[in-house]
Design a protein around this ligand. Sequence first.
Ligand code: A2P
Length: 270
Amino acid sequence: MTQTILADTPVAERHPDAQTVTAVTHYTDRLFSFRVERPQSLRFRSGEFVMIGLIGENGKPLLRAYSIASPAWDDELEFYSIKVPDGPLTSRLQNIKVGDDIILKTKPVGTLVLDALIPGKRLFMLSTGTGFAPFASLTRDPETYEKFDQVIVTHTCRDVAELDYSKQLVTSLPDDPLIGEFVGDNLLYYPTTTREPSENQGRITTLIESGKMFEDLGIEGLNPETDRVMLCGSMAFNVDVRTILEANGFEEGANSKPATFVLEKAFVGE
Ligand code: A2P
């Protein structure tokens, strides 16, 4: 005779901020993306970030700021992450599987939002590494194309393989059943590599200053009258691009004071 004793079986309590992982994709040994269920209470603007993580060894959540890579209309949330071998969070986060829980705080914030820019004609989104994440959200949001005639997204990585996520995403957009008609021919993608040969080589700062990026894309150079810029990358990248933009007459904006460019630091290191 078998007997099942339920009453004495300890049941691990689920953390109130837990969300279930629905998909995981690995791109390189340094990069992966994953999707989680979206809590009903979470409202956010495309381009914002939230705190996410895992329960640490001390039983407390170990959280980091992550841009939401999915657009505001999506039923799920997507994130694009680096893997730091000895990073307290990402050394473990890189092992998540479908069905696992992550912790997600439902308080979105950030300045890479359309509301922080004054109206313009062209929107440039400049990114390095995982700094592409907020632009994965904004390039999938119809409002981006309603507000701007042309959207130019650049992504610079060390190697070609590190461009996979942005390349797959951006090239699929014109044919996407939900967003394709908004995107049309209005989205230009400019991927560049700095440590491996590819079609476009060099740091975006150099390619902007030399004018090569504009030549390659067949578009006019930067003009603060018509152009708005969002940037997201490492601290050094943000500082260098800000210097170029300010020298060209652009002014940094914020939610409380929209202007001609906004920036945010990508999730860097641990
Ligand atoms: P580089 O290879 O010349 O350093 P990382 O992987 O270190 O986060 O860098 C991502 C990309 O950002 C690399 O291609 C890197 O180029 C580039 N990068 C780093 N710092 C800057 C900067 N200050 N200005 C422009 N690009 C930068």
